[in-house]
Design a protein around this ligand. Structure first.
Ligand code: AMP
Length: 421
């Protein structure tokens, strides 16, 4: 029986893999410009990290983690996100002792046991940055602007920026109470998840997608009216900085996001053409997380974006347009001696940095010509018995339709000359 890839996973290959390489290159380039260095953390961590970091009452921890006991009886989880691991590394390597801030970026696979659908996978990839060691709203503005610059590099146009603040442990409790007061009269009519959220995680009542729940409380209280002085000042300054950096945004009072660690700023990016899974990225400030994973309290802000979605949008908008890699030259050998020579010449070209191919499956000359054309080789060198005796190949320039006999030892120079024209 044939074995297929597990549900919710996919193979990235050929031209699509090239798009991914481009997207990764763009990220590295932008990270250099902005001063973020790469961090590669393990794919699996102690389960406890996510329970404490992401939060017990979140969808991720409650029902989406790939958790198992290893052979040593430890509870291990495939990372469902990478902010908690990066902060774990921040603490473990005492990065806070260095001059702050610490600016890190990452790229890699994440794992969530979700219901697969368009744009939603069980293994997916995220790029992200974490700006640690600054509580300034300037750091928030930088993270948001970095993301937008990245989208632009991928050729993605028209990204909508949703912005909100969810306050801090000082002011959020008052807001939670106000929310519960607003929802309480309709508690019985709410969906099952909202009934649970009402006590466990009332902020998440706001991002329930059910139209019925939304209709029951059409105008929930706005968090902005409940922020403490510090949170309000932070939010106001951030909006000013975003304007200074020409970032357009919409205030979205329902944007609370699914992870528990956020404080103050939350934001999300959406793009058209993705259907219901239209969020290409999101993030926010998480001043409490480093403390949660055992370090000294360290203010931080970060973003994570879904690569599958970014690449889908980039492809649709023609921003990332790469074809297959084409060999410069195809060495078409005939007969045993000609085929062996073709191999040798191909390696000679490769040594000088020219991409070259040759036949290893015994095609006829006609079939080799056809295959060279399919690969998109600009030059084909034919090496048969006659050519062998003259130590020369017939070189065809497929772009110009011309051909010439060229001595084996002049082949590289000849091809380079034609390329230079
Ligand atoms: P989150 O870590 O939940 O804040 O998600 C950040 C971004 O990752 C989202 O905006 C999506 O673009 C992407 N993402 C999250 N979950 C998935 C998934 N299951 N499949 C594909 N992309 C995802």
């Amino acid at each position: 029986m044939q074995i297929t890839a597990p549900r919710g996973t996919r193979d990235i290959m050929f031209e699509e893999a090239r798009l991914w390489q481009r997207a990764e290159e763009a990220l590295r380039q932008l990270a250099d410009l902005y001063g973020y260095s790469e961090i590669r953390t393990p794919i699996f961590e102690h389960t406890e990290l996510f329970v404490r970091g992401v939060g017990e009452a979140t969808d991720i921890v409650e029902k989406e983690m790939y958790t198992f006991n290893d052979r040593g009886g430890r509870s291990i989880t495939l990372r469902p996100e990478n902010t908690a691991p990066v902060m774990r590394a921040f603490v473990e390597h005492n990065m806070g002792a260095k001059a702050q801030p610490t600016k890190l970026f990452y790229f890699g696979p994440m794992f969530r046991y979700e219901r697969p659908q368009a744009g939603r996978f069980r293994q997916f990839h995220q790029m992200g940055i974490e700006y640690t060691g600054s509580g300034s709203p300037m750091a928030d503005a930088e993270v948001i602007r970095f993301s937008l610059d990245y989208f632009r590099m991928l050729g993605i146009k028209q990204v909508k920026v949703h912005l909100n603040s969810i306050g801090c442990p000082e002011c959020r409790p008052r807001y939670k109470e106000a929310l519960k007061d607003a929802y309480r009269p309709n508690l019985e009519a709410l969906c099952e998840s909202c009934k649970k959220r009402f006590d466990a995680n009332p902020l998440r009542l706001l991002d329930c997608k059910s139209p019925e729940c939304r209709a029951l409380v059409p105008n929930p209280p706005d968090v902005e009216d409940f922020l403490c002085d510090d949170c309000l000042a932070h939010f106001t300054k951030l909006k000013g900085f975003l304007e200074a950096l020409s970032v357009e945004y919409v205030k979205d009072p329902r944007l609370v996001r699914g992870l528990d660690y956020y404080t103050k700023t939350t934001f999300e990016f959406t793009s058209e053409g993705l259907g219901s899974q239209d969020a290409i990225g999101g993030g926010g400030r998480y001043d409490g997380l480093v403390g949660e994973v055992g370090g000294a309290p360290t203010p931080s802000v970060g973003v994570a974006c879904g690569m599958e979605r970014l690449i889908t949008v980039a492809k649709a908008q023609g921003g990332l347009d790469v074809g297959p890699v084409k060999p410069v030259a195809y060495m078409a050998g005939l007969g045993e001696a000609g085929a062996a020579k073709a191999m040798e010449l191909a390696f000679m070209l490769r040594e000088t940095g020219l991409a070259a191919e040759f036949d290893t499956v015994g095609r006829s000359l006609k079939a080799q010509m056809k295959y060279a054309d399919k690969l998109g080789a600009r030059f084909v060198a034919i090496i048969g018995d006659e050519e062998m005796s003259e130590a020369a190949a017939v070189v065809k320039d497929m772009a110009e339709g011309s051909q010439r006999e060229v001595g084996f030892s002049d082949l590289v120079q000849h091809i380079r000359e034609l390329m230079g024209r």
